[in-house]
Design a protein around this ligand. Structure first.
Ligand code: GDP
Ligand code: IMO
Ligand code: MG
Length: 431
């Protein structure tokens, strides 16, 4: 297997965790490169459900190296809590199988608080964030006042950097009539956990280069999805990082030649958590039915996910923007009981037909989907392991997605379980 980047091609929760775990069987190293514990990646192995937020999905397999790259924002308390929970499920996590980039940014309690304050302050314009402090932490990174993992190792530097970050945050908090941050408490709290985080800390760019030289297979695990990308998503209803495949290089510290293949994870319908435009949303019984059958409740915040028809215009756009070479289609089984299915193949904007999703928020809200109808297959596909076992009508639906997006379908997932995955072709054969 070549080195693969796995990217969500919609608004997240496409099933990246399941597919990364599935691919990891043949990989040596799994790298997260952006996002934070706003992500929730679910893996089901032998009836055990693992819910991962910051830890790469390769962690559940033995003899794999999991890496949290510099592009990830890390809440150290959330990470330690996650490690504890996953260890309770029988997974061993040590500095031998988990590396953390020494230059990754930390999420502090003040980031989480600011995220919440802003969300509560807004009435109609709230983003519907996960309230984990992701946005404020990335703002401080770009503002060059962030605290990085390696800063935990030096008391004097940490104290100076905290002064810098507090100068900024306390000014904002004063304006918002919030309590000032207690520096002493923050330093003490960080001190208590420093050694437990620092033991994983490494120059991971160097390690990745060594793995590359040894021809080890690396899977880069994206979080969120292309439509939540800070540049290419439904701005401002997006997350605060680049979620496109290009982010893997900067977020891990390697060159574009490190990744051979970009795999887009695509759900056979569309979901979105939080606010923002969603042209094919179904605010009706069908939407509810999909949500219940697909168990569409957020892994991180337990919020109900909004559900809608498959939007081929959006997925095609994501494939182009992210350089997706193959699609891993997920959750086909969720559509089993629907008599009629629709795929959005264009939009109407101000009476004109358009074949792309415009960047302006006003237009994104205004567009009306143009649908193509498909007969539902009304047969069980749950657990199917062969293409031949899928109903003809399901095959037609899948072929249409392939042809419309102009990207081959490399696998089809038919249940949450690791083994319920149909490999359609070896997408990597030319490697
Ligand atoms: P991620 O954020 O992209 O990793 O996706 P999530 O884990 O947040 O959400 C995907 C959900 O769908 C999880 O609960 C998975 O266990 C589940 N899932 C994945 N693939 C399939 C599938 O083919 N069929 C069904 N019914 N569920 C699936
Ligand atoms: P995975 O990796 C779905 C959404 C939030 C909100 C917006 C901004 O599991 O696919 P943030 O807390 O990032 O500032 O919130 O982004 N969001 C996700 N939606 N899946 C995710 O991750 C998400 N991570 C963030 O709901 O709309
Ligand atoms: Mg998720």
């Amino acid at each position: 297997m070549p080195n693969v980047a796995v990217i969500g091609a919609q608004w997240g929760d496409e099933g990246k965790g399941k597919i990364v775990d599935w691919l990891s069987e043949k990989a040596d190293v799994i790298v997260r490169f952006q996002g934070g514990h706003n992500a929730g990646h679910t893996i089901v192995v032998n009836g055990i459900v693992y819910k991962l937020k910051l830890l790469p999905s390769g962690i559940v397999r033995k003899n794999k190296i999991s890496i949290i790259g510099n592009g990830v924002v890390i809440d150290p308390w959330a990470l330690l809590d996650e490690i504890r929970k996953i260890e309770k499920q029988g997974i061993k996590i040590t500095e031998k199988n988990l590396y953390i980039a020494e230059n990754a940014m930390l999420i502090l309690p003040l980031h989480r608080e600011l995220d919440g304050i802003r969300e509560d302050a807004k009435n109609t314009d709230k983003i519907g964030t996960t309230r984990r402090g992701i946005g404020p932490a990335y703002e401080d990174k770009i503002g060059r006042r962030g605290i990085r993992v390696m800063d935990l190792a030096d008391k004097t530097i940490l104290s100076k950097k905290i002064d810098m970050i507090l100068f900024h945050h306390n000014s904002i908090r004063k304006g918002l009539k919030q309590k000032m941050v207690n520096k002493k408490k923050l330093i003490n709290d960080l001190k208590k956990i420093s050694s437990r985080i620092l033991k994983y800390s490494k120059p991971v760019w160097k390690k990745i280069n060594e793995f590359k030289k040894k021809k080890k297979t690396i899977v880069f695990e994206g979080a969120q999805g292309v439509l939540l990308d800070i540049d290419h998503g439904t701005y401002p209803f997006v997350t605060s990082s680049n979620t496109v495949a290009g982010a893997a290089f900067s977020g891990a510290g390697c060159g574009p030649d490190t990744i051979d293949y970009i795999l887009g994870i695509v759900k056979t319908y569309t979901t979105r958590v939080g606010e923002g435009p969603f042209p094919t949303e179904l605010k009706n019984d069908i939407g509810n039915k999909i949500g219940v059958k697909g168990k569409e409740f957020g892994t991180v915040t337990n919020r109900k996910r909004r559900c809608g028809w498959f939007d081929a215009v959006l997925v095609k756009q994501s494939c182009i923007i992210s350089g997706i070479k193959g699609i891993a289609l997920t959750k086909i089984d969720v559509l089993d009981e629907l008599k009629d299915l629709y795929i959005c193949v264009a939009y109407k904007l101000n009476g004109k037909k358009i074949d792309y999703f415009p960047s302006s928020l006003q237009d994104q809200i205004k567009v009306k989907p143009v649908y193509k109808h498909f007969d539902g297959w009304l047969k069980n596909t749950n657990g199917a392991k062969k293409w031949e076992n899928l109903p003809k009508k399901a095959q037609t639906y899948i072929r249409f997605i392939r042809d419309y997006c102009g990207v081959s379908i490399s696998s089809i997932s038919t249940s949450p379980k690791r083994e319920d995955t149909i490999l359609l072709e070896n997408p990597f054969k030319k490697y």
